[in-house]
Design a protein around this ligand. Structure first.
Ligand code: IDP
Ligand code: MG
Length: 149
């Protein structure tokens, strides 16, 4: 069982696509185990995107991710890291496969709607940034959704 960090980025929030995006990941079979609405500050953005420091798009990326409240979610499931990125599609929306979030809702790499951790190690690091000190709940006692006791 893996966990991955998903961000519904500001363009998706402003376009009211949060439910659509979380819904696609949910319907794939990934389980939500963490959920937060927050406004990312510049320091948090720089920490989260540390691997991109010095790249030409870095300042734009920080301005983008800090623009308005976003949703941070942790999804859990078999190969959750790869499964979430598969639902999202390639970084550049015009190279993403039809049926993926990035292809279906956008064109611009700088407005690609969603973030997903790129490895188990990245997921661990990023969940630590967005859910610091929080105990994520477990799904170990599910009820039968069709039975009322
Ligand atoms: P990923 O989000 O698919 O993992 P990364 O290469 O890690 O892609 O890049 C992080 C984010 O930085 C992208 O999702 C996108 O928002 C932004 N980004 C990446 N490359 C460019 C670019 O060439 N121009 C503008 N923004 C970019
Ligand atoms: Mg990345």
């Amino acid at each position: 069982m893996e966990r991955t960090l998903v961000l519904v980025k500001p363009d998706a929030m402003q376009r009211s696509l949060a439910g659509e995006i979380l819904g696609r990941l949910e319907r794939r079979g990934l389980r939500m185990v963490g959920l937060r609405l927050l406004k990312v500050d510049k320091a948090m953005a720089r920490t989260h995107y540390a691997e991109h420091v010095g790249k030409p798009f870095f300042n734009g990326l920080v301005n983008y991710i800090t623009a308005c409240p976003i949703i941070a979610a942790v999804f859990e499931g078999t190969n959750a890291v790869a499964a979430a990125r598969q639902v999202m599609g390639s970084t550049r929306p015009t190279e993403a496969a039809p049926g993926t979030i990035r292809a279906d809702f956008g064109l611009e790499v700088g407005r690609n709607l969603v973030h997903g951790s790129d490895s188990v190690a990245s997921a661990k690091r990023e969940i630590g940034i967005f859910f610091a000190g929080q105990r994520l709940p477990s799904w170990d006692r599910e009820v039968d959704p069709w039975v009322f006791e």
